[in-house]
Design a protein around this ligand. Structure first.
Ligand code: ADE
Length: 243
């Protein structure tokens, strides 16, 4: 899968991409990261990428010309891949959107800076707008890295573990069960007996119940968005009845 990132801060991407498991995946040809400097597509002496807003008011606005030129010279004048603007005004990113985007062979991510971007970029170039949550950052670079990370780890072969992302929190619609590793006792704190029992049926049941319990306690609204099995419902009703 190929990511084309359009940004005014291209140097912010490589420290993370090169230090993570994503670098290994790109060496193996599973991922390709192409980071494009929007400023390289300006033609004036000062390499201007922003200007004051029409109508007055504070802040600066990203100019349309360098953004259009950057994206069109890389993707052509009618891009066939999604062109996603990172903005707090977009639809809020979640695991479902990550799965959806993981089916694409190529994605373009446009990182906003300054107070805003010229609305014509939104109207005539961008095909989707995504926010990573209801808070405002100084730009779309960190949000773009978050999308890249969440999407990339869903692609076959990117994670070292062959079971991959199946059990992740949110992938199943539940938060993940607790994990333990050696030693079996640490500072007097043990590990649940079931996990040491070697009984895979019992372990699977314990994990499912712990995932249900954790979701009920921390994110109860998630339980109404998934199909619960009969044993799930029985377990949850026992919990609710204080058993
Ligand atoms: N740019 C600034 N804040 C953002 C957010 N919350 N999500 C995506 N892009 C942003």
């Amino acid at each position: 899968m190929r990511f084309d990132v359009f940004t005014l801060l291209p140097e912010t991407f490589s420290p993370y991409l090169q230090a993570s498991i994503l670098q290994k995946a790109s060496e193996r040809g599973l991922l390709e990261f192409c980071v494009h400097d929007i400023r390289a597509y300006t033609h004036d002496k000062h390499h201007t990428t922003d200007d004051t807003p029409y109508g007055g008011g504070g802040g600066m606005v990203m100019k349309p010309e360098p953004v259009f030129e950057a994206i069109e010279s890389v993707l052509g004048t009618s891009p066939t891949c999604p062109v996603i603007l990172m903005t707090p005004q977009g639809r809020v990113f979640n695991q479902k959107i990550a799965f959806e985007l993981a089916n694409q062979p190529q994605i373009a991510l446009l990182c906003g800076r300054y107070e805003g971007i010229d609305e014509r970029i939104r109207e005539h170039l961008v095909t989707d707008e995504i926010s990573i949550g209801d808070y405002v950052l100084t730009g779309g670079e960190l949000p773009a890295l978050i999308l890249i990370d969440a999407i990339s780890r869903l692609l076959p072969g990117v994670l070292g573990d062959p079971t991959g992302a199946e059990d992740d929190s949110h992938a199943s619609g539940l938060l993940e069960y607790p994990h333990y590793t050696r030693p079996p006792e640490f500072r007097g704190w043990g590990v649940p007996e079931t996990l040491l029992s070697g009984d895979h049926g019992k372990i699977a049941k314990w994990r499912r119940e712990q995932a249900l319990l954790r979701t009920l306690k921390r994110r109860p609204e998630m339980l109404s968005n998934i199909e619960l099995t009969k044993p799930d419902l029985k377990f949850l009703s026992e919990i609710k009845n204080g058993k």
